[in-house]
Design a protein around this ligand. Structure first.
Ligand SMILES: [Zn+2]
Length: 261
């Protein structure tokens, strides 16, 4: 049963296509009688790509969710995780999430999560310049949560793209212009970038399958995302706080895993 959440989203509800994204907190306070609860967080996972791809990896129940209108990881955590989370956070990040309060102000991850295990720069794959889901999975195995409540955040499918011929900058905002210029100069194409994003999605799914099996295929295994990513919609690329709340940015999956394919 998907946890309930209080949220206003009349515009989307009128379209009859969406439910509000569940508060992750609700999944961790329910009485699971000591069972494992695992929530996997795909950074920048679009709903439409998730819907197209998930059944190659998992079977389960998928909801189409409105994320509250945020377009930035920090803002998603501020909106959805600002209460006692009753779980341990395992996270890949280019920045140290535990230090967010010093970088972005106001929201302090350390206040709400029981423990935080964040990947350090030296843990990154030098070849790919990213932190891979399998590295996060190793942290989960190495530092188990006392009550088996796991919030596991993957950087994938967030850029940088793993496509071997692509090496796009991966911060948000200004890259919109970089991407457009590179396409216009013929250095890359929309098709190539879309393929790169799809490969990033595969990395996230493969990591989640590995984690699901490592954890003993728990009954309570969820996948969701903070926000999506633009792939040229209305001329926008990636995601940014400054972008309008496009559907590709604010509509995300909420998925309950029932088994692997
Ligand atoms: Zn994010």
């Amino acid at each position: 049963m998907r946890p309930k959440v209080e949220n206003k989203m009349e515009e989307y509800r009128d379209k009859g296509i969406l439910v509000p994204q569940a508060l992750p907190h609700n999944s961790f306070v329910k009485d699971y009688k000591g069972e494992k609860v695992v929530m996997v967080h795909f950074d920048a996972m679009r709903y439409d790509y998730f819907e197209q791809m998930y059944d190659e990896y998992f079977n389960g129940k998928l909801w189409k969710c409105y994320n509250g209108g945020v377009k930035f990881t920090h803002d998603w955590f501020s909106m959805h995780c600002q209460q006692e989370m009753n779980c341990t956070l395992y996270t890949a990040s280019a920045v140290n999430i535990a230090d967010w309060v010093n970088i972005h102000g106001s929201y302090d991850t350390k206040k709400w999560f029981r423990n935080i295990y964040g990947m350090e720069a030296e843990d990154y794959s030098e070849e790919l310049e990213i932190c891979l889901p399998e590295q996060i999975n190793e942290y989960v195995q190495k530092y188990p949560d006392d009550t088996y409540h796991y919030f596991v955040r993957y950087l994938k499918p967030h850029p940088p793209l793993v496509h071997p011929d692509l090496h796009l900058p991966w911060t948000a905002g200004e890259t919109k212009w970089n991407v457009e210029e590179r396409i216009q100069r013929g250095e890359t194409s929309v098709e190539e970038i879309v393929e790169g994003y799809r490969l990033n999605c595969e990395l996230a799914f493969e990591g989640a399958v590995e984690l699901y099996e490592d954890m003993g295929e728990p009954d309570n295994f969820f996948i969701t995302a903070d926000h999506g990513t633009a792939l040229g919609e209305a001329g926008y690329w990636w995601h940014s706080r400054q972008y309008p709340p496009l559907e590709c940015l604010t509509v995300v999956p909420w998925f309950e895993v029932k088994g692997v394919e």
